[in-house]
Design a protein around this ligand. Structure first.
Ligand code: APR
Ligand code: PHB
Length: 400
């Protein structure tokens, strides 16, 4: 039996933050989309990921119509701490970056809000699809083939968006047209979610001879904590007591202690830098993690995914409204400028804060850089304006 033919304007593969936000932005402009996700709704909603939203991301989520709970439950932060050589120093982000701030709100919550908005609007979002493949990308009638509930479909459309993450099928489908840049790091993050009130009012990024540690949070009752570990570390070698002991060793200060609590979730996050160029081939546009990965030290992954789809939404809306396809032609170039800025910032934060190996020279350079940041306003401002995110309108950081 042949495939059932269906049609939409924009086919979106992947129901992560990139795909879902794009579907909301396009719906707001009257453009029809179909979102295809290979996992279940439950799996997608329970996946624990990062939690720092730049102000620009917050504004886009508001525009997409999903700002209500984020404003109610998200926690606005105006600074972060850098800790090294046994001292903690505050970087006043908002004072240094034109009053801009960040919001702590889990990516998991963003995804739940986006799914709810789409489902409530009665719009097509299929979970549990299989055998997804993309076709006829170099024509005006590209298509996506997939299986859903044992039925085969062929979805014809005007454009396909590959928002299917790092392990998706879209990037490999156009591999021969892409150039890839990547860097692996010889370490990873062991992360926990704990039923413990945050020990610090703001995030603490810690440089320590035993390795990096990060104190973050999700709510007044939930802490999110990370430790640098080996790239090939096994979770079963880390019982909860060992995790807490190691966190205490790395972050404790005289007169300040870490509050412990039940460990609700544990996982290992690999560290990778990765960029593919261009982010488009024919009628297939890559967005978010399918096109680029940053190590999490700069908290940029989710924010980059949202800025990609903001650019893409504007370009698609323009092409439907006025037939002007220049935004689509420029999509990749526009995004990549911001992507590379975030790549550099994430690499810089990562290599400044982690133990890189045995060479004591690296350690001295890191400490020198950290001392410079906390003693020079110019250096602190560089960190602050990258951390809170350059304004979305600033995508073209400089003409090139
Ligand atoms: N078909 C359909 N869906 C797929 C396929 C496929 N073949 N392969 C993967 N997916 C889905 C994944 O299950 C996931 O839900 O695509 C989605 C991609 O979502 P994310 O990985 O969250 O990527 P993105 O939306 O780009 O968001 C980037 O997520 O990984 C974090 O740190 C990263 O915060 C950043 C953000
Ligand atoms: C998180 O809260 O999960 C988090 C915060 C800051 C980072 C990375 C992750 O740099």
């Amino acid at each position: 039996m042949g495939a059932t033919k269906v049609r939409t304007q924009v086919a979106i593969i992947g129901a992560g933050p990139a795909g879902l936000t794009l579907s909301c932005l396009l719906h707001g402009a009257g453009i029809e989309t179909v979102v295809l996700e290979n996992r279940s709704r439950r799996y997608v909603e329970e996946r624990i990921r990062a939690g720092v939203l730049e102000q620009g991301t917050v504004e886009v989520l508001e525009a997409a119509g999903v700002g209500e709970r984020m404003h109610r439950e998200g926690i606005v932060h105006h600074g972060i701490y850098l800790q090294f050589a046994g001292e903690r120093h505050r970087i006043p982000l908002s004072d240094l970056a034109d009053g801009r701030s960040i919001v702590i709100y889990g990516q998991t919550e963003v995804v739940k809000d986006l799914i709810e908005a789409r489902v409530n609007a009665g719009l097509e979002l299929r979970f549990g699809v299989a055998d997804v493949s993309v076709h006829e990308l170099e024509t005006d009638l590209p298509s996506v083939r997939f299986t859903h509930e044992h039925e085969q479909f062929e979805l014809e459309c005007d454009a396909i968006v590959g928002a299917d993450g790092f392990h998706g099928v879209c990037r490999p489908a156009i591999e021969q047209h892409l150039r890839v840049f990547s860097r692996e790091y010889p370490f990873a993050w062991l992360g926990i979610l704990a039923a413990a009130p945050p020990s610090s009012d703001e995030l603490v990024y810690t440089h320590h001879e035993r390795g990096f540690a990060l104190l973050s949070l999700r709510s007044p009752e939930r802490s999110r904590l990370y430790l640098q570990c080996a790239a090939d570390e096994r979770l079963d070698e880390w019982p909860d007591t060992r995790i807490w002991d190691e966190l205490h060793r790395r972050v404790s200060l005289d007169g300040w202690t870490l509050v412990e609590g039940e460990v609700l979730e544990k996982g290992i996050t690999p560290m990778r830098s990765f960029v593919t160029e261009p982010m488009q081939h024919g009628r297939l546009f890559l967005a978010g993690d399918s096109a680029h990965i940053v190590p999490p030290t700069g908290a940029k992954g989710l924010n980059l995914a949202i800025s990609d789809v903001t650019v893409l939404a504007e370009a698609l809306i323009d092409s439907y409204r006025s037939g002007n396809r220049s935004g689509l032609a420029e999509y990749s170039r526009t995004c990549l400028r911001r992507v590379w800025r975030a790549e550099h910032f994430s690499y810089w934060m990562t290599t400044m804060l982690h133990q890189l190996g045995e060479d004591p020279f690296d350690n001295q350079l890191q400490l020198s850089q950290l001392r410079y940041i906390v003693s020079s306003e110019a250096a602190a401002r560089t960190l602050a304006e990258n951390y809170v995110g350059l304004p979305l309108g600033h995508r073209a950081v400089a003409a090139d």
